[in-house]
Design a binder for this molecule. Structure first.
Ligand code: SF4
Length: 270
């Protein structure tokens, strides 16, 4: 699973990483990362001005498709569009779609009712409100909230302490959406299919990503309040919630850490 494919990319590696491509050692062996790197330095208007041909090339690169693959896809699409309509087949497809929709909605309700879902979305809201209330004050101290922001921060504010603070805030902000989204994905996958491998399945790998994001967020909050003790009281609810999410993850996904992530766990054996 760690072996690169014919184009040199490790399959599925981007599904189980932290998505911080700017510091990832696999950036050239990952379809998503390779695109991200190629985009750095591109002017915004260059991307906006992309022609349909450019978009097609980007899609081919992302999917690892050749010109022959694209021609086959185009031909299949054309055949489908021009094929004769079959009312019986149409009715069967519609019934299947309605059944699939009912099942999805039932599953969504089950996921929404799970305590981990509620905690993930509460954490998202809390961090959102927290940063909104102090974004300007942190920036005024020289704290960089995102790795692609902050070029205008005066050099005299770049103290070692502020750099550490910036890293902690970036970790918190980066992971607060990811925790929510990945929790939902892990729960959906687990509740959807009992036949999956309990260890090497997508939902268990996603749970491992959640565990890592929660642990790193807990560490980031500790650093943050250590450097700004006056913030400790306001940080407490979010720290407590993260500890509960971590406990919930251990209970719902006890094998998460045994999942082997493509690329990242090649030399760890789990
Ligand atoms: S594997 Fe690395 S390069 Fe690829 S999406 Fe994840 S962080 Fe980015």
């Amino acid at each position: 699973m760690h072996t690169p494919d014919a184009q040199g990319y490790i399959p599925f590696i981007h599904n189980y990483c932290d998505r911080r491509c700017e510091r990832c050692r696999f950036v050239r062996q990952c379809r998503v990362g390779a695109l991200d790197v190629d985009d750095v330095g591109e002017a915004e208007d260059a991307v906006a001005d992309e022609t349909p041909e450019d978009l097609r090339k980007r899609l081919m690169k992302l999917m690892g498709l050749s010109e022959e693959d694209m021609a086959a896809l185009d031909a299949a699409e054309e055949e489908q569009e021009n094929g004769p309509a079959d009312p019986v087949e149409d009715a069967r497809e519609k019934a299947e779609m309605a059944e699939w929709k009912r099942e999805r909605e039932a599953l969504d309700r089950q996921v929404d009712a799970h305590p981990l879902s509620g905690m993930g979305s509460t954490y998202l809201d809390l961090v959102h409100a927290w940063i909104e209330a102090r974004e300007e004050a942190l920036k005024a101290r020289g704290v960089q909230l995102h790795h692609r922001m902050g070029v205008d921060i005066p050099a005299e504010l770049h103290t070692p302490e502020v750099l550490v603070l910036s890293e902690a805030v970036q970790e918190v902000l980066w992971f607060h959406t990811m925790i929510h989204v990945k929790l939902q994905r892990a729960l959906h996958g687990k509740l959807d299919d009992d036949d999956d491998d309990p260890v090497q399945s997508d939902w268990n790998g996603t749970a491992k990503v959640c565990v890592d994001a929660v642990d790193r967020s807990i560490a980031a909050w500790e650093t943050f309040v250590e450097l700004l003790p006056e913030e400790a009281d306001d940080a407490l609810p979010m720290q407590e919630l993260l500890r509960r999410i971590r406990k919930g993850l251990d209970a719902e996904f006890p094998d998460a850490l045994t999942f082997i992530r493509p690329g990242f766990d090649a030399h760890m054996g789990g």
